[in-house]
Design a binder for this molecule. Structure first.
Ligand code: AOS
Ligand code: ZN
Ligand code: ZN
Length: 388
């Protein structure tokens, strides 16, 4: 099997974007459990995210959500991020918390509402111009609850038209990533339910439009790594929203529910050239920490991604190819499983120390006193956005 020392240099190429909304209060539709010390504004969200990067070296960017993270001066927010040692990343649009969008946003039959949704995306691009962000991420709550409620073909045509207008606003170095989700909040159909629909829509737009794959947005049993392989093969995998799901779109800590699935996904990412320097694929987290502490929740998440990335890098490609070519079914399978079952945690602890990072970032955070500090100094933290 490949030796850890052979893959160690590649680990430095890992960069994961943290979602600003992971640091605010969040919950389910049943209850939001407020936590002490949550950020009172976007500046404090960035400061909390920076703690994760400081202790792990893995999270140099923070994704924003507009209008949740709206500030008067985005230049000042970007400077604050730089002072904290991170940068602002993907800008997420929000067309799901306005009464006007009850029956749709960029797919709406009413020209006024559709234009309002398009204008919101123009505003997001203005933000990107100020923050220096590369990606505009679009997730739509658009869909219907009942068969016959609307003409699904017409909605798809309006979606294409709206996306084209948004795409045409992008700068040369900016991208649009279109996220798909097979249900919720609409339950009969969603207007971008699957990778095929996202792929068809972004392909019609042009090279700056890509697919965003949220690992929680598939039916149970879906072979997600196959989708990863296909999108990389087609050159259209723009970004990941990483999280874990047991039942629905649970937004739990990535790698917590099914580390083996995360490993299989990362094997295909590496195989398809989607990892590290030279790749444009954005690795984001899309998670909420409803009952666990938020900053440690994010630290655990990026460590989980790193652990599975290391295991995926350990796959002996040469031996695997030889076994596959020889038709050695169980031999090939065994080579993959050898890498998966390798406990990389001690080697990663050493790797961290060699780079001036704490061997155990979870413990380092617990001992840092940061959590107690923000609990004492911040009063009246805001909700992340859901239900706000
Ligand atoms: C919604 O289900 C999508 O995963 C979104 O990417 C995201 O969760 C939302 O935009 C912000 O929380
Ligand atoms: Zn998502
Ligand atoms: Zn989601």
């Amino acid at each position: 099997m490949t030796d850890f020392s052979d893959i160690a240099p590649r680990l430095a190429e890992q960069a994961i974007e943290l979602p600003s909304w992971a640091f605010g209060n969040s919950g389910t539709r049943f209850k939001v459990f407020a936590q002490p010390g949550v950020p009172r504004d976007p500046f404090e969200k960035i400061s909390d995210a920076a703690q994760v990067h400081r202790l792990t070296g893995l999270a140099p960017k923070v994704a924003l959500h507009i209008p949740w993270d709206k500030v008067d001066d985005f230049g000042a927010l970007a400077r604050h991020a730089a002072d904290e040692g991170v940068a602002l990343g993907t800008v997420n649009s929000n067309t799901f918390q306005d009464d006007d969008y009850k029956l749709g946003s960029v797919t709406h039959r009413d020209d006024r509402i559709r234009q309002k949704a398009i204008d919101h995306h123009f505003e997001c691009i203005d933000v990107m111009n100020e923050t220096g962000s590369r990606d505009l991420k679009i997730w739509l709550a658009d869909g219907t609850n009942y068969p016959g409620q609307d003409d699904v073909r017409g909605r798809q045509d309006r979606l294409a038209d709206s996306l084209q207008k948004i795409y045409d606003r992008l700068g040369d170095d900016q991208r649009l990533v279109l996220e798909y989700k097979f249900f919720e909040p609409a339950f009969y159909h969603t207007d971008v339910p699957d990778w095929g629909t996202s792929y068809a829509q972004v392909s019609a737009l042009g090279p700056k439009a890509m697919v965003c794959l949220d690992t929680g947005h598939h039916a149970p049993g879906t072979n997600i790594e196959f989708i990863v392989m296909q999108l990389l093969r087609l050159g259209k995998l723009g970004s990941f929203d990483f999280n874990s799901r047991f039942y629905a779109d649970d937004d739990l800590i990535v790698g917590a529910a099914d580390p083996f699935q995360l490993f299989r996904i990362l094997v295909e990412v590496i195989r398809g050239g989607g990892y590290g320097a030279g790749s444009d694929v954005a690795f984001m987290l899309d998670q909420c920490h409803n009952v666990e502490d938020k900053i440690p929740g994010q630290i655990r998440s990026v460590l989980n991604v790193q652990e599975m990335t290391a295991r995926a890098l350990l796959v002996d490609r040469g031996a695997l190819d030889a076994a596959q070519t020889a038709g050695d079914v169980l031999g090939a399978h065994g080579i993959l499983m050898d890498a998966f079952y390798t406990d990389v945690r001690p080697a990663l602890a050493e790797w961290r120390e060699s780079r001036g990072l704490p061997a155990d970032p979870m413990r380092a955070y617990a001992e840092s006193g940061y959590g107690a500090g923000i609990a004492a100094s911040r009063v009246g933290g805001e909700q992340a956005g859901w239900g706000a």
